[in-house]
Write a protein that binds this ligand. Structure first.
Ligand SMILES: NC(=O)c1ccc[n+]([C@@H]2O[C@H](COP(=O)([O-])OP(=O)(O)OC[C@H]3O[C@@H](n4cnc5c(N)ncnc54)[C@H](O)[C@@H]3O)[C@@H](O)[C@H]2O)c1
Length: 304
């Protein structure tokens, strides 16, 4: 494929907050946004894969590399668990915030029967509550300026489930639930929210895929989709994309045509069991866009 010309997709003047920007996907995001002219707040707490403290040198290297290349970036060392501070710094330094890329993440994998409440809560605090805190703190500024782009980072483990990742999967799918509502609430203020579920070579994939695959799954193949979703020319809102290894696709809800029984009559368990095939048939599938459209199927059944 011919190398695309990214001159059109500039972020000049835009303040972009990227969480977890020291390594992996966040580092790739930070470098791309900065190369496209954004003023980047590169956040990272500098933790190990399991969330225990590591160091922050990698973040300093990212910020230095961006500056050396002529870009604008500032390091922020807070945890997303104190997401308000990241936005405070963005406002102090640049007076505005236009784009939030919620990317920071950790793992505490354990099969469900061994998972402790602490392991469940830590993952929710970092992924779901962390993204909430950062985004919630930026939201009033985005509303005031009638402009904002928010990106959340989910995972196939949330969309499809994965052994040992009950905590992570639940938090990750929660982020898409958050996206759907922010898309509705933000639309009138030109604030868009979308989610990506990426796959890329990082320490998160260690031991999961053979090295010859991993080395080709560059984070730089994911970041252009993230940047496009955060660009002012992109009208996408409330959407979910799977992305990795140079592959890009959209995911949406699909619902069967369903079984419509007369609501005025009694329904037995056998009525359900005997119609199981109809309830489960996707031959005439529907793709409801929102909860009003989804609810219409049930309300229509009252009229028929
Ligand atoms: N690598 C994959 O294939 C994959 C698959 C699905 C989803 N994801 C998601 O993509 C995102 C990026 O993953 P990655 O593979 O680059 O991971 P990574 O481990 O390489 O990088 C994550 C970064 O987040 C930082 N971080 C962790 N907790 C933080 C906190 N509380 N506050 C601030 N920073 C924090 C870490 O220090 C690290 O620099 C994560 O949300 C991850 O769950 C990755």
């Amino acid at each position: 494929m011919k190398k695309s010309n990214d001159k059109q997709y500039r972020f000049d003047g835009k303040v972009v907050v990227i969480t977890g920007a020291a390594i992996g996907l966040g580092c790739s995001h930070a470098k791309l946004f900065a190369a496209q002219g954004a003023r980047v707040i590169a956040n990272d707490l500098g933790v190990n894969r399991d969330g225990t403290m590591g160091d922050n040198q990698a973040l300093d290297h990212v910020v230095a590399a961006i500056k050396e290349a002529g870009g604008i970036a500032t390091a922020n060392y807070d945890s997303v668990e104190n997401g308000e501070r990241i936005i405070e710094q963005a406002m102090d330094e640049f007076g505005q915030v236009h784009v939030i890329v919620n990317n920071a993440g950790i793992l505490r994998d354990k099969s469900f029967h061994k998972m402790s409440l602490e392991e469940w809560q830590l993952i929710h605090r970092v992924h779901l509550e962390g993204a909430f805190r950062v985004t919630r703190a930026a939201w009033p500024h985005m509303r005031n300026q009638t402009y904002g782009r928010v990106l959340f980072t989910a995972s196939a483990a949330g969309l499809y489930g994965n052994f040992g990742q009950a905590n992570y999967g639940a938090a990750k799918l929660g982020l898409y639930g958050l996206t759907r509502t922010l898309a509705v609430e933000g639309a009138s203020k030109n604030i868009h929210a979308n989610t990506i579920a990426p796959m890329l070579d990082s320490r998160m994939l260690e031991g999961l895929l053979p090295d010859e695959y991993r080395k080709q799954m560059k984070p730089e193949l994911v970041s252009p989709l993230a940047a496009f979703l955060c660009h002012e020319d992109c009208n996408e809102n409330g959407s979910l994309y799977e992305v990795g290894a140079g592959w890009y696709g959209k995911v949406r809800w699909q619902r069967s045509d369903g079984l419509a029984l007369p609501p005025g009559e009694e329904v037995s368990i056998a009525d359900i069991a005997n119609n199981w095939q109809t309830i489960n048939s996707f031959e005439q599938a529907h793709f409801p866009q929102d909860n009003v459209e989804a609810g219409m199927f049930m309300l229509k059944n009252l009229e028929d």
